[in-house]
Design a protein around this ligand. Structure first.
Ligand code: HEM
Ligand code: HEM
Length: 222
């Protein structure tokens, strides 16, 4: 499709803030445990968990493009999208508002792995003197199991992040489509006839973040 294009806001500020904070936190979480700054690791991990809970809530009550119901397509649609990846004309996909059918599933995989990582961290133990805030609920064998899971799940998460980055590079190289800029500015150029997505209020996002933060604070406070 050609014709007049207009710049439209497709990603709201809360999703963009969530995304870049999350990416920075994952790096900081890796570095903090690498440097054995476990107290910092636990606090950053708790912040990460609060962001993930926020994103879950935003997936139900947020802007159109943030909603799971909006971007979770049938698996067959995701496969069809991937099958036509190189043959489809650049414009066909460039006009997707929000995550495309395959990208939507990638988001779910990333979020599930991140949730598993953050929740297992709460119950994991680093050594005799240092453990996540909920580790005292577990006996030794359960504690060992969760700690091992936390270590291994990180590699699964890393693999998913690498696929995520390769996919973004593939869109740029083979389809000439820049997905990164909209994740920064929120805006994408779309045909003038496109119905702009409904964006939810940032105040609602703030309120939902407070709820998410309170859930984590209550859970980790003894
Ligand atoms: C630790 C690293 C990262 C993690 C865990 C991560 C995770 C995610 C998640 C969960 C989403 C879905 C956003 C939402 O709907 O809320 C997403 C989308 C996205 N991410 Fe990342 N990300 C990471 C790094 C990056 C980097 C470094 C870039 C840029 C090069 C990037 C570019 C994007 C883009 C462009 C989208 C939107 C894709 C689309 O248009 O459908 N991400 N990422
Ligand atoms: C998405 C968030 C998180 C990421 C990416 C992450 C990442 C990591 C990594 C890479 C390790 C090193 C594993 C190894 O030694 O092989 C680790 C260890 C650890 N993390 Fe996390 N973590 C996260 C959240 C948390 C949270 C929320 C807590 C607790 C509040 C936590 C507590 C721990 C503990 C106790 C260890 C030592 C366990 C062990 O070495 O087996 N983590 N984390």
């Amino acid at each position: 499709m050609s014709g007049i294009k207009l710049s439209m806001r497709v990603w709201d500020a809360p999703v963009r803030l969530f995304h870049w904070l999350l990416a920075a936190l994952v790096v900081a979480l890796y570095v903090s445990q690498y440097l054995d700054r476990m107290w910092l690791h636990y606090r950053l991990g708790e912040v990460t968990l609060s962001l993930l809970i926020f994103r879950l809530l935003w997936g139900f009550w947020g802007s159109d493009t943030a909603r799971f119901a909006h971007f979770l397509a049938r698996p067959s649609a995701a496969f069809a999208h991937l099958a036509g990846f190189r043959s489809a004309k650049r414009s066909e996909n460039a006009e997707t508002i929000g995550h495309n059918p395959a990208g939507g599933w990638m988001v779910v995989v990333l979020l599930l792995l991140l949730f598993a990582q953050a929740l297992s961290g709460l119950f994991a133990r680093a050594d005799q003197h240092s453990a996540g805030p909920l580790n005292h609920y577990l006996d030794k064998s359960a504690s060992d199991l969760v700690s091992t899971f936390h270590s291994w799940n990180f590699y699964a998460l890393l693999a998913a992040i690498i696929v995520h980055l390769i996919a973004i590079a593939a869109y740029a190289v083979w389809r000439g489509e820049d997905l990164v800029r909209p994740m920064i500015s929120g805006k994408k150029r779309l045909p003038a006839a496109t119905r702009a997505p409904r964006l939810a209020s940032s105040w609602l996002a703030f309120l939902l973040y407070l709820v998410a933060g309170a859930i984590v604070a209550v859970a980790v406070t003894r």
